[in-house]
Structures are given as C-alpha cells and as structure tokens.
Design a protein around this ligand. Structure first.
Ligand code: SF4
Length: 743
C-alpha cells in the first residue's frame, strides 16, 4: 500500500479554493491545456496601467480539476498585461520595419494582397495555419473563411502535432475520436491504469487527483524513458514504471498483446460480440513474445508479463473493478504513432474495456481546444461536426448551412508539416495566415520552417503577443485573449464548456471573429461572418447537426443555464453523452476493429555519429511554444531557458559536468545548451523541453519525417550526438594591445 499521494509540485489540492469563494467574479476556464481547469476571475480594485482591470485567479470546483490549478493556471492573468502585449495592427514597411497602422489600413492591405495572390496563382495560393487554443467559434469561423471566402483547401493547425495520431487510430478502430469517451472522475474507481507516454503530473497536475484510487490499489503503470514526475507516482507500491527505449513503445504494446493472447486473458464474450479482426491480430502479436520484446525495448520480460496480467485482472471480465489504457504524446509523436495507438486500442478491446462503464481507452489531449479545433474545421480534411470533406453528404449539409454550392467547397488539404514545407515553393502557397500558433518554435525542423516563411510573399499573423512567428509577419494583427472574450472550448473528455469575458481587451486588440468578418467583407462576402461568439456557435451547432460531433442541442444560453455538457448533444432537450460507445461503435457494422500493426525501425535510426536518443517534452512551468508562459515572470524565473537532461553515466562518459554547455547535433541541426545531469532518465537518452526559441529551440534538432497515416511528426525519435561544447575562443584583448602601443 503506497503512502498517501502528495499533491504534485505546482498543484493546489482539491478543496483549497472552494467554488463559491469568489462568486462575484467571472466563472471561466484556464487558457492553457485541455484539462481546462475551472477558474474564477475577479477584478482587483484600482486596475492596471492600461485602465483595464487586473484579475485575480482562483480555482473553482469542477469535475476535471476539483478546485485545483497548476502554477500556469494561477498566474494566467499575468499574460493579459504582458508589457509587450500587442494593441495595434502593424505593417512591415519597405525598410523591413513593422509600424503601427490603423485597422482599416491593415485590413485593406491584407485583403488587397490576398486577392492579388489568388488572382495570380489560384485559390490555393493562400494557406491558413490555425491553433489548438482557439475557441470552437474561432476554429469554425476560420475553417469557413478558408473554404468559403478564400476557396482554399490549404488549412491545417498545430493540433496536428498534438492529437493527429490518436485521432486517426481512434477513428479507424472505434469510429469515434472524442478524446476520453468517459468523464475523468471515472478513473478513480479503476484497479489498473496503463498510462503510455504522458507526464501529466507535470503538464496537468490537477489530473493526479483522479489517479489516487488506482495508486492506492497499486495499479498505476507508467511508460516513460524518464523517471518523470508521473513515473514517480508509481513509487512505494503504487504501481509499475516501464522505461522503454525511445521509439519502441509499439514493441511494449505488442508484447502485452502477446501475453494477453498467449495466456488466454482475452474477454472472449466481449470480443465476439463487439469487435472484428481477432484472427489477424493474433497472427501479428504472435511474433512478440516478451523475451524477444525485451531485447528490442529494454523492458524486462517479467515486467511485461506482470503488466499484462495486472490489466487483465483489473478488467470486468475477470472480476476487477475496471482498467483504462491512456495514451499521451510520448507514444503518439512518432512516425508510427497511429500504429502505436492502434495497438493500445487493440489491447483495451481484447480485455473488453472500451465502451463499458468503469473501463476504457482514451488519449489525453494536450492543447486547450485541440479537440474542438479538429471537430469544427481546422483540420485539412474535416468540416464542422467532425464531417468529412470528401463525403458528398457531409459537404452538402455544411454547404447548405453556409449558403454555398457544395461544388464550390474545396477538397482536402494537406497535413501541417507538409503544408509548412510547401510555403513559398513553385507550386505552393505564396501567402499564409497564422492564427493562434507559433510554428517557428513548435513545428519540427524549425530552420526549414523559417526558410519557408521567408519565401512567402505575404505572412499575416494574428496573435496577442509578439511571438517568434509574429515577429516575422508582414502584417501583424493584435487579438483578444481568453479572459477578454466569450466562447466555448471542448476539453479532453469531449465536454463543451463556456469561456467568459472578465475584462475588456486593451487598446486596439480585436477578436479574430471581428477580423474575419472585416476581411470577408473586403473580399466580397459581406454576410455569414458574425462577430458575436454566440451567433457563430448557433451556426456551428446547425452545421454539426447529424455529424459525429453533434452540438446541435447546445447554445451559449443552454451552457450558461445547465453547465458543461459532453457531446454528442443532438437536441435541445438531450442531456449530453458523458459515456460514449456504450451502445456500440459508430462503424458500419457497429463493431470495433482489432487491427494488426507491425513495428518499424524509426525514420532516423541511431548510427555511429548519432548514438543517442533525443526526446522532447514539456515542463510544468511552460506551455507549448512558451509565447504566453515565458511572459509570466515567475514561470520564466522558474524555468528560464532550455537544457539537455542526461544520465550521470552518459555525462561521465562524455566528460560533462552538470550545468556545463553541451553541443547537441542531429541531422536537422545543432545547438548548445547546459547539461542537467539526473539519474531520472535512461543513459542512452537525452531530454530537451521544446518551449524555447532561438538557440535553445529543441525543434532545431527534430526532423520533418511524419507518420504516414496521420501526419504526426516524429518528435520523440531523433538520433543525437552529444559533445562537450567547445569553449569559446577568447577574443583578442584589443584594448590591451592599443594601450601597449600607446605606451
Ligand atoms: S495549465 Fe492545464 S492543468 Fe494547469 S491550471 Fe491550466 S488547465 Fe489546469
């Protein structure tokens, strides 16, 4: 029995910030990750320098965070008053300098140049890159703007780097991608939770509360090549930590499948009634007996057997309270990300966990609205309501809501990495609109991304602060932030929640909805782009009606009156769907698919001059590209710069001391950062956080190879060389020489 779990660093224990303690404030949710912790924002008397109120943040009771917040959440209001907050449109002059201009001048310039590019080079001359932090309303409006006003097929978003592998696998195997198809508090009752590649104790600390039950029963299993904060939750009998070789998560899963099949741990009744494909799955897993898997993934065979049996014993068919298989970016951000998630789903299906109360499979969405963004139009191949842009009926439905001919809607675009690689090429787009994203830091192989952005004729960036991408813009448009706007978000469990305005935006910042309306009018579409979020939501609800992500029973008014709801909500009186898949799978025959997968060598395998694994990831104190959190003084002070985490054995071998500068080199590039020496990592692996720009940008080192099925970049599998950084050669002491001459 483990000791009582302590609250993870940075979290507020549940109950310390009661829901009613700030009832006079504005009830909203954190701007950052997909846990979407509930907050109450209260103005402080006196206000800030810009005249708008300064806000205090308190946690609010809500099923996902139960009153808790992490450090990012507590300090989130500080981003609103960042000293370099953008408050006026800026236009780059012939001299290369960005200067403030009026909104009319900026929008006229953008419209004129977009029209020009389209006339010269066709509709696909203009591309759009969105962000997973945009509200559902903004995501919807941006997708509609791209397809109706620009007529371009080229839209995608940074959620491609987050959820694409899990979404592709979930749709293929289960017919549904809703993140978690069950409410988060359900985890508390399980006997076993297999957490594959997520460091949630650092990235979303309030989540840890939901694991207290399974930890108390010794059933938490964490796979991570690092002894992360989450892996540490398995200590003292709370569970098992597996530390596979990076890039071999699929081998771990194939071995678990092998044991479940070989030891007859399958829930045959469930498999017969609710799935297809057992025979072919059996054939694919047969080759991965635990001893063979151990030789590839480094996890002891006895541990693999132990975990398979733990999961099976926890499953309802064997009398357990329930078991869950959860995936995170650690296993998904790979060139075989879809295959890896598919194997995780296969495992959950074999054990009869999916679509059953108290058990299940789900991916842990990262970005605040990564889920809603892809449901409502930011993804290259999707229309609102999770409709397919290639399906004639789906096109006809959405076109009718938009009042356009279905034939006028473009076809599918291309995934984000491919899109970024096309920019400024002979056949690619010559103009790009970036909305709520910072690909110069967050995309793989950022040197190449910078090159492509520089080759554009027009780069328009909508942002709240001068992010690294915004600083490259030809036109920079300042937009509102979360506490300055109304809208909705869809969290990691498919729960639609309300975001509410607590203060006015400073200066000339405008909502993206207003900007899209103004641009649409200038481009000849004067109607169909309301600037009020509730009106956009009402249209989104109609467009989603009958789709997989059906929001048609929702409105801002209903969410305000009745609180958050899980989709689908197909009618105004419908209570929502906290548990999806209970009555069957939305596939042609109502059954889930057991799909065989094979392990492939990584796209960038180890070699003599790159014998180490580079893995990238997140820190508690920073979020995504860091454009927001690096502007919060306490978060920046806690984690001011990038570093390379490595094991003492590796450091000794290379002659590197803790804190010493090291040179990291991969096929894509090289950089220098200080070493952080810790035993909490495999000796063959180096970890770098990816939140930092410039010389400390981990994505200078990652490559552009992607998963062929989902377009997910292989962030987690890069071959690396590490060297002590050459000490800088001292510059000649010019002053001394001159002094000597003078003498
Ligand atoms: S960053 Fe995530 S975990 Fe932290 S307070 Fe915000 S929503 Fe909660």
């Amino acid at each position: 029995m483990p000791s009582t779990p302590s609250a993870p660093a940075g979290s507020v224990p549940a109950g310390t910030t009661p829901a009613g303690s700030a009832s006079s404030g504005t009830a909203t949710h954190c701007p950052y990750c997909a846990l979407q912790c509930a907050q109450t924002l209260t103005p402080v008397a006196g206000g800030g320098a810009d005249g708008a109120p300064v806000l205090t943040v308190e946690g609010r009771d809500f099923p996902t965070n139960q009153g808790g917040l992490c450090r990012k959440g507590w300090t989130s209001a500080e981003v609103l008053t960042a000293p370099d907050r953008l408050t006026a449109p800026q236009l780059r002059g012939a001299d290369g300098v960005l200067r403030e201009v009026s909104w009319d001048a900026a929008l006229d310039h953008v419209a004129t140049h977009l029209r020009e590019q389209r006339e010269r080079r066709g509709a696909d001359a203009v591309a759009v890159f969105g962000g997973g932090g945009l509200t559902n309303e903004k995501a919807y409006a941006l997708g509609k703007f791209t397809r109706v006003v620009l007529g371009s097929r080229l839209i995608d978003y940074n959620g491609r780097f987050c959820m694409s592998a899990a979404a592709t696998a979930s749709n293929r195997s289960l017919g549904l991608d809703r993140g978690l198809p069950f409410p988060l508090p359900d985890l508390a009752g399980a006997d076993c939770v297999l957490l594959l590649g997520s460091n949630l104790a650092a990235t979303m600390p309030p989540f840890v509360q939901h694991l207290e039950g399974v930890r108390s029963r010794g059933g938490l299993v964490v796979t991570d090549p690092r002894g992360s904060a989450t892996a540490a939750l398995t200590a003292e009998g709370a569970g098992v930590h597996l530390a596979p070789v990076p890039g071999t998560d699929l081998v771990v899963l194939l071995a678990l499948l092998h044991v479940v099949l070989a030891e007859d741990l399958v829930d045959y009744e469930y498999v017969a009634a609710r799935t297809t494909g057992l025979a072919s799955l059996r054939a694919s897993a047969a080759a991965w007996w635990p001893e063979r898997a151990e030789a590839v993934c480094g996890v002891p065979a006895r541990r693999l057997r132990q975990v398979a049996r733990m999961l099976a014993d926890a499953s309802p068919s064997r009398g357990g309270r329930g078991a869950y298989v959860l995936t995170g970016r650690g296993v998904e951000q790979s060139t075989q990300g879809t295959a890896t998630v598919t194997a995780a789903i296969d495992l959950a299906l074999l054990l009869g966990l999916v679509g059953r109360r108290g058990s299940g499979y789900g991916p842990l969405t990262g970005q605040g609205n990564g889920q809603g963004g892809r449901e409502h139009g930011l993804k290259a191949d999707q229309l609102p309501g999770y409709r397919k842009i290639t399906d004639p009926e789906d096109r006809a439905h959405v076109a009718a809501v938009w009042g356009v001919d279905p034939e006028s809607l473009p076809g599918p675009g291309v995934p984000a990495v491919e899109l970024l690689g096309m920019l400024g090429t002979a056949g690619g787009p010559s103009a790009l609109i970036v909305c709520g994203a910072n690909p110069v830091v967050s995309a793989p192989d950022v040197s190449r991304v910078r090159e492509r952005l520089a080759a554009l004729d027009l780069l328009v960036v909508l942002d709240t602060v001068p992010s690294e991408t915004a600083l490259l813009a030809d036109v920079l448009l300042p937009v509102t932030q979360w506490a300055e706007e109304e809208g909705t978000m869809t969290n990691l469990e498919g729960r639609v929640i309300r975001r509410r305005r607590a203060r006015e935006a400073p200066g000339g910042a405008r909502s993206e909805l207003w900007i899209l309306r103004e641009l649409a009018a200038r481009l000849g579409v004067p109607r169909g782009f309301p600037a009020e979020a509730s009106a956009v939501f009402d249209e989104l609800a109609r467009a989603s009606a009958g789709g997989r992500a059906d929001y048609s029973g929702l409105s801002h008014e209903r969410l305000d009156r009745e609180g958050s709801m899980h989709w689908p909500v197909p009618a105004p009186g419908h209570p929502g769907t906290p548990h999806a898949l209970l009555d069957g799978f939305p596939t042609a025959d109502g059954r889930a698919r057991l799909i065989p997968v094979t392990h492939e060598d990584p796209a960038d395998p180890l070699r003599a001059d790159a014998p180490l694994h580079l893995v990238t990831g997140r820190l508690l104190e920073q979020y995504q590209s860091g454009a927001q959190t690096r502007r919060v003084p306490s978060l920046l002070a806690a984690r001011p710069a990038a570093f390379a985490q490595m094991h003492p054995l590796l450091a000794d071998l290379l002659g590197i001391e803790d804190g010493e500068q090291v040179l990291l080199r991969t096929r894509s590039g090289e950089l220098r950062v200080p070493a952080e020496v810790t035993e909490e990592i495999r000796p063959d692996t180096v970890f770098m956080p990816f939140h930092y720009p410039g010389e400390g940008s981990a994505n200078l080192l990652t490559g552009s190879a992607t998963d062929p099925l989902s377009g997910m970049p292989g962030f987690k599998v890069t071959a690396l060389e590490v060297l002590p950084a050459p000490r800088p050669v001292p510059a000649p002491d010019v002053v001394t020489v001159q002094q000597r001459s003078a003498v």
